[in-house]
Design a protein around this ligand. Structure first.
Ligand SMILES: [Mn+2]
Length: 426
């Protein structure tokens, strides 16, 4: 289904007076404070986040999965769902495909469909964390790090295939996340596992087209619980350096031990020009894959503050590839994604409000109190009218969640696809 322009406009009409009042009030304060509102709006309007093809259905845990009705049953329907998200939020202008869950059958048709929704193909994701039907070798004891060269070769070949698929769609990057590791002390040899992984990544890197990037994701534990081969940003950074200039580290917010200072990691990577990709989610304990900004919005703001600083001061770092990497166990996946997109834009807008000049001066003067005041002054600003305006400027919805419900989108999807359609994915 597609959102009817007229109905979207009608929904906006109901909120426009309230929006104008709030926006004018905020714009007045911001202008008095010396901010260039149009420049900030433009940055918000340009900020696009990829939606992974596996996140449009209900997620599950190892204890079970509760389906959500009207889920997209194929890649076409998944792209249609992202089209709905993008139409409402104007922030979801990209899709990140998971291979082999979402291999296109008709490339031209899929490209046309994505284009009709104003969606581009972002990073492609390989999968060597589960065995595929009829696979010759098993990844039970690792893929790129496996002690058996036949397994490593199969995993390398899969990644090379993923690059080829992505290349036909216009993707420009490959994200590698490995589940490789061990569950018990003594199960594997750390040095051999790391060496094999480095050699395998170099093989994949060799086949990367010139204008492509390789993103190496890290994670401290899970699904293996004693060790993970690429456990932290340092290991990823080391492997990226070993591969070459087109290889980068990818930061996933959920892939850290509790209380890790992620904004510092972001800063270090951007200084070194090696932050390639970024996965958004939120968590309370581990890789909980909760809605972005639902648990630790201030931490998200601090991370964005580091990202904004890096984007403005580190020309050596490429513009990062943004993606939401969350799982939806109890919420409507589309509503959950709308909330995540809103939280991302909110944190970004607040980070853009940080008075960098005043902060630098306060830091030089060792005025610790002032430093905190500057950050929290930006954080405490209610920027929602700015986000509304950014969406409105691109013909999106003033209130995406409200509009999603008013237009009865889920009900329509259920009518169209049935109650028991199931999406492939997490
Ligand atoms: Mn991730």
């Amino acid at each position: 289904m597609r959102i009817d322009e007229n109905r979207l406009e009608d929904a906006n009409k109901k909120s426009i007076a309230r929006h104008n009042e709030h926006f004018d009030f905020l714009a007045g304060i911001m202008t008095n404070d010396g901010h260039d509102i149009n420049a900030i709006l433009q940055k918000l309007q340009d900020f696009q986040v990829a939606i992974p093809s596996w996140a449009l259905g209900a997620g599950g845990t190892r204890f079970g999965r509760f389906g959500f009705q009207g889920e997209p049953a194929n890649l076409e329907q998944k792209i249609d769902d992202i089209g709905i998200l993008h139409k409402l939020t104007q922030t979801a202008g990209a899709v990140s495909l998971h291979i082999p869950w979402d291999v296109p059958s008709d490339y031209d048709a899929i490209k046309d469909l994505a284009k009709s929704h104003d969606i581009v193909f972002d990073a492609v994701n390989s999968n060597t964390f589960q065995d595929q039907k009829n696979a010759k070798e098993s990844y039970k004891y690792g893929s790129l790090s496996n002690t058996n060269s036949a397994v490593r070769e199969q995993a390398i070949a899969h990644n090379v295939d993923v690059i080829k698929i992505g290349d036909r769609l216009g993707s420009k990057s490959l994200t590698v996340w490995l589940a490789d590791g061990t569950n018990f002390p003594g199960q594997g040899n750390f040095q051999k596992a790391l060496s094999h992984t480095e050699d395998s990544l170099k093989e994949i890197y060799k086949t990367l087209p010139n204008d492509w990037k390789l993103f190496i994701e890290y994670k401290p534990y899970e699904p293996n619980f004693y060790s993970t081969v690429i456990q932290d940003w340092g290991t990823s950074f080391m492997l990226a350096n070993a591969c070459g200039d087109k290889a980068y580290t990818l930061v996933d917010l959920g892939h850290h031990l509790p209380n890790t200072n992620i904004e510092q990691i972001v800063s270090t990577l951007m200084l070194k020009g090696k932050l390639g990709g970024f996965h958004f989610n939120d968590s309370k304990y581990g890789d909980d894959d909760l809605t972005v900004g639902s648990v630790k919005p201030y931490a998200l703001f601090l991370i964005f503050n580091a990202l904004v600083y890096g984007m403005e001061n580190n020309p050596q770092n490429p513009y990062p590839a943004w993606m939401i990497d969350a799982s939806h166990n109890v919420k409507d996946p589309l509503e959950d994604l709308i909330q995540s997109l809103e939280a991302i834009q909110e944190a970004y807008a607040k980070a853009l409000l940080v008075d960098q000049k005043a902060l630098t001066l306060a830091q030089q003067n060792h005025d610790v109190v002032k430093c905190q005041e500057i950050l929290q002054d930006a954080y405490r600003t209610d920027v929602r009218p700015l986000l509304e305006k950014a969406r409105l400027n691109r013909n999106g919805a003033i209130n995406p969640i409200e509009t999603y419900r008013t237009l009865k989108i889920r009900e329509n999807l259920i009518k169209e696809r049935g109650a028991d359609s199931v999406a492939s994915g997490l």
